[in-house]
Design a protein. Sequence first.
Length: 360
Amino acid sequence: MTLSIHNYATLTDEECDALIVKAKAQLGERCVILGHHYQRNEVFKHADFSGDSLKLSKDAAQSTAEYIVFCGVHFMAEVADILSRPEQIAILPDLAAGCSMADMANLMKVQQSWNELAQVLDVENEVTPVTYINSAADLKAFCGEHGGIVCTSSNAQKILEWSFARREKVLFFPDQHLGRNTAYRMGIGLDEMVVWNFTKPMGGLTIEQIKNAKMILWDGFCSVHQMFKPEHIDNYLAQYPETKVIVHPECCFEVCQKADYVGSTEFILKTVRAAEAGTRWLVGTELNLVNRLSEECTDKNVQFMSPMLCMCSTMFRTDPQHLAWILDNLVAGHVVNQISVPEKDALLAKEALNAMLTVV
Ligand code: 13P
Ligand code: SF4
């Protein structure tokens, strides 16, 4: 009989720790645990591999384990399911661990926008749909079906170069900031970008605006990264002018413009770790990552950018209780919380993901 989560909910983190270590030893190579950098310490420490979205996608694709337990959010486990072999099983410890940004775009709205754009443009020849990996599998499938591609925060520029080499315009969803920040760095002016307001007919744009745009940016954002403000940087620099500022590209344009470095979670970690001792860093990304980095880099001063607690509450849902519950069930021969993408979507989404993996 499947073990119930209710039996685990009342256990302490320490009790769960012992169960996780025991279950991992029993499962051995049959199970791999992937942990995103935003996971809390109590979970992160059990990961066999950690990384940003791109690295973890590659880890999932290369894994030979029977079970891929993804300590991250829903779209990441979907990618693991799509890129792994059919007999491998992707598992998300807490099914409620979604991504609020990913939820800002859905297939019905994207399809409707595509149809509306088709009234003005020859979409199949003029527009490459590019979805950020933070999106549901059916949106990746949409891109696969329409000659598009997936990107992550660490390869967005290369993916946009790939896209513009094929078609003159890009429809970028769901994160307007990653799209804008990346395109601007490539020399595309803000006057060549429009924001597609998915609640309005024709995105709230005129025909002329659509025809003149190179980048059509979906009106989505990350609720965590939107908390970082330019004034946080100004205030800190006024006190410590020698500070280097490093942020994730999901931050708004003004914050990225003020930063010395912009890049994925993996990039942020590598850059700060490699920096000279004694340097001071102001970091604009999720709190768990910054706290861990600050504890690790004792020879540097690593500060979190916002005075507010910017935590990804959905990443936080994965706790030692859920991880212990998942693993004990696997030991007992039961798979719980499997993430399985329907075959039709998986095939098309894989085309868009493989297109990305051939670029980077
Ligand atoms: P990374 O790909 O940089 O890990 O980012 C994922 C994410 O969700 C950031 O909010
Ligand atoms: Fe989604 Fe933002 Fe959380 Fe990243 S930090 S998983 S984009 S809600």
